[in-house]
Write a protein that binds this ligand. Structure first.
Ligand SMILES: Nc1ncnc2c1ncn2[C@@H]1O[C@H](COP(=O)(O)OP(=O)(O)OP(=O)(O)O)[C@@H](O)[C@H]1O
Ligand SMILES: Nc1ccn([C@@H]2O[C@H](COP(=O)(O)OP(=O)(O)O)[C@@H](O)[C@H]2O)c(=O)n1
Ligand SMILES: [Mg+2]
Length: 161
């Protein structure tokens, strides 16, 4: 059989994924990482940290007038967060689909929020919602030196057509 492999050249898209404090406390980090690995994305940055208030207020700057904003910052400060940068073809859009609706009550089963959460104020995970937003958030949460470029020889860097 004749096969053609297309190698996706150059640095592909990146997104910021964060397991929120409830996800860390409920020991969901491993299962969440596994979903992104299984999908074929590449982990290029990862750390456990207690998020400082200045990072959180910049991260959620567009929500600062919302009534739930003080609770959101309290929630995000209630324990450590696992911040990650994942890379791959269309990773921003695909990870939003994997994460599911903001409100877990509306999130489909099979999505992370749809499988692991029931309430919008404890929705387990963050995922950037646009390519531009992802670049801003990666820059906010990670120092350039904390991101690792690495090559792989597996299926995720080439596609069979
Ligand atoms: N009505 C609400 N009541 C309580 N918390 C809310 C409400 N709306 C949003 N939040 C919280 O604020 C977060 C940020 O809201 P946003 O609209 O950015 O959702 P999102 O983009 O799905 O979530 P995130 O940015 O954390 O990935 C939500 O993930 C949720 O934790
Ligand atoms: N009504 C809401 C909306 C959002 N939120 C929180 O705010 C976060 C960010 O909201 P968002 O609109 O960016 O939604 P996502 O990008 O997280 O799906 C959510 O993930 C929730 O944690 C909330 O607590 N109550
Ligand atoms: Mg959001």
């Amino acid at each position: 059989m004749k096969c053609l492999f297309i190698v996706i050249a150059g640095v592909s898209e990146r997104t910021l994924i964060a397991v929120k404090p409830d996800g860390v406390q409920r020991r969901l980090v491993g299962q969440i990482v596994q979903r992104f690995e299984q999908r074929g994305f590449k982990l290029v940055g990862m750390k456990l940290l207690q998020a400082r208030e200045d990072i959180l207020s910049q991260h959620y700057h567009d929500l600062h007038k919302k009534p739930f904003y003080p609770n959101l910052l309290r929630y995000m400060s209630s324990g450590p967060v696992v911040a990650m940068v994942w890379e791959g073809h269309n990773v921003v859009r695909t990870s939003r689909l994997m994460v599911g609706n903001t409100n877990p009550a509306e999130a489909y089963p099979g999505t992370i929020r749809g499988d692991y959460s029931v309430h919008i104020s404890r929705n387990v995970i963050h995922a950037s919602d646009s390519v531009e937003g992802a670049q801003r958030e990666i820059h906010l949460w990670f120092d350039r030196r904390e991101l690792v470029d690495w090559d792989c020889c597996d299926h995720s860097s080439s596609y069979q057509v």
